[in-house]
Design a protein around this ligand. Sequence first.
Ligand code: COA
Ligand code: AMP
Length: 637
Amino acid sequence: MSADRQSTYHQVYAAWQKDPSGFWGEAAKAIDWIEAPKKIFDETQGPYGRWFPDAVCNTCYNLLDRHVANGRADQDAIIYDSPVANTKRKLTYAQVLDEVSALAAVLQDFGVEKGDRVVVYMPMIPEALMAMYACARIGAIHSVVFGGFAAKELATRIDDAKPKLILTASCGIEPGRVVPYKPLLDTAIELSESKPANVVIFAREQAQAKMIEGRDHDWTTLVDAAKAAGRRAPCVPVKATDPLYILYTSGTTGIPKGVVRDNGGHMVALTWTMKNLYGIEPGEVFWSASDVGWVVGHSYIVYGPLLHGATTIVYEGKPIGTPDAGAFWRVIEEYGAVALFTAPTAFRAIRKEDPEATFLKKYSTKTLRTLFLAGERADPDTVAWAEKVLGVPVVDHWWQTETGWGIVGNPVGLGLLPIKHGSPTVPMPGYDVQIVDEAAKPVPDGQMGSIVIKLPLPPGCLPTLWQQDGRMRESYLDDFPGYYKTADAGFKDEDGYLFIMGRTDDIINVAGHRLSTGGMEEVLASHPAVAECAVIGIKDALKGEQPCGFVVLKSGVTQSPLQIEKEIVQLVRDKIGPVAAFKIAITVNRLPKTRSGKILRGTMKKIADGDEWSTPATIDDPAILDEIAAALGSKGI
Ligand code: COA
Ligand code: AMP
C-alpha cells in the first residue's frame, strides 16, 4: 500500500518526547476553556498525575454551543440511520443544542447536579447521544450500559455508580426481534441496593414501557414541556479533572471496572486525534459503526466528531442482514462518509456473506478515504481483502477502554506511514510503549513480551477507576513500577512497528466485544450441579474468539449432562446477556491441573484451537488432556 513519504509522524513524535507538556499545552489551544490551563500536568495528583489541573471547561459547550455560535448551526451534527426501525433522520447542530439544553433542564428538575451520576441504558438512537450531552452540560457523570447486557450486569453497574436518575428507552431492536428494555431495567433496579429516585423513558413505537407511578416519566412529554416553557439549561463550569463519564469494562473477575474519563484531557486528546490520526476536517462526515455502549462509540460516535465540528452517523443496524452485506456501502454513499471505523469482525462477516464484494457494485464509495479497524486483532487476510475491495488504506489501530483513544496507530493526518499487515503501526504521541519481560526489563526487537506504557499516560486516558484508586494501582500500575500494564502481549519489529498478539489475562474478545472468562466462570459455578469449571476463548472464524465452558458435575447429579449444558448456556445469557455469545458448554469428568491445583487453561485452548501443544511438566495427570481433546471432538471442535 502506498504511503506518504512526507509523513511528519517522526518529527511530531520526537517533539512530544522532548516536551510533553509543551505538546499537550499546544493541543489544548483547540479547546474553548472557561479558564485555560496554566499548569499542564501535576504529577502529585491521582495514582499517576492529572492533566490540566487548574483549568475549567464544559464539554457540551465544546460539542455544541461553540459550533452553533461559529457558523455550524445548520450543519448536520447527527445522522441517524436505522434499517431495523426503518427510520432516517438528520439533526443539525442547532437542533441538537436545543434538544440537549431542554433535556438538561429536565434533569435539573429532578435535582441532578454537578457530580451526580446518571445511568444511560439506551439503544443506538440520537437520544442516546443527547442523554450523554445533557449530562455533560450540567456536569453530571454519565455511565452508559450496553443494551446487550442482562439485568444482573446492569444492576452491578447501578450499584457501583449509584445514579440519581436513569435515562432509558422502551426498547432496542435486534434483527428480527425487539428487545424491551423496561423489564430488564425493572429487574436490575430490584436487584440493586442503590435505587434511583427517577427513571426517564424515551418511548419508541416498537415497544410500550409499563410505567411505575411516581418513579417513571415520559421523556418526550418532559422535554416538550421544558421547550414550550422556554427552559434551557446553561453549561455548568466544571474542572478539567472532573469526571465526564464512567464506562464499565470487563476485569478479571465478574465485578467490572469503572473506567473514569475526565473532561479536559478527554477533549484535548480526542480533538487532536480527529485531525492527526483520522485525517478528518471539520464539516466532514465520520462514521464509526460501533455502539454507544462501548468505548469506540463513546469516543468516535458521541464525542470526537462533534468536538471537531464534523458530522457523526448513528447507525442502528448490522454489517450483514439489515438487509444485506451491502449495508455499509449504502450508508457511505448516502451520507458521503469520508472514513469508516469498525471492528475487523464486521468485515469478516461481510466477506463471508459476499466474498466477491458484489454488493459494492451497487453503490459508490468514492467519498471514503480510509477504513479504520480496532477492537480486536486485525488478521492480515481480512485487512488485505478490505484493501482490495475498497481500494483505500486500511488502518488498524490498537487501544483499550482504559486509554479512550489509539495507543498505536498510523496517523493519516500527519501522513500515512507504510502499512504492514498484522501491525497497527507505531505509538501515537503521548505513548511511550515498551515490550518487557516479567522483571520489567525491555526485550529485544522481535521477541514477545508484556506491552507496557511508561507513565504518565497522556490526556484522555483513565486517571483512575471510579472511587477505587487502590484497584487502579493494583490492576494497572503495581506489576511494572513506573509503567501502565496494558495486559496485552506482543512484540516490536526493527522499524518500531508493534504487533499485538493477545491478552495476558482472562479477557477474551468476541466479535470486538471485551468479555471476562472469569466472570463467566462465576456464572457457571453458580449452577447447583456444577462442581468445577473453566471457560476459555477458542478461535472462531467470524468473531475472532468464542467462549467455551468446561464443567465437572457434582457427584450424585441425576440430570443428564446435555440438560445441564443447556441450562448453563441459558444461565450465562440470563446473567451476563446475549452479548456473551456463550453457546458451548462441555461436561468432562475432570479438569487438567498442575500439581499445585492451577487449571491449565492455556493448554486446553491450544488443544481446542488445533495449535501445537505439549504436556506441561507440572501437570498432575497427563491423561486428562486426552480426555479434553476427546470431549471437544465429541462436540465437533
Ligand atoms: N441489545 C441486545 N442484544 C444484543 C445487542 C444489543 N445492543 N447487541 C448484540 N446483541 C445480541 C445479538 O442479537 C446476539 O443475540 P443471539 O445470540 O440471540 O443471536 C448476541 O447478542 C451476540 O451478538 P454478536 O456477538 O454481536 O453476534 P451477532 O451474530 O448478532 O452479530 C456481527 C455478529 C459480526 C455482525 C456483529 O458482532 C457486528 O456487527 N460486529 C461489529 C463489531 C462491533 O460492533 N464491535 C463493537 C466494538 S468496536
Ligand atoms: P476494549 O477495552 O473493549 O476496547 O478492548 C481492548 C482490548 O481489545 C485490547 O486490550 C486488545 O486485547 C484488544 N484490541 C483492541 N484493538 C486491537 C487491535 N487493533 N489489535 C489487537 N488487539 C486489539
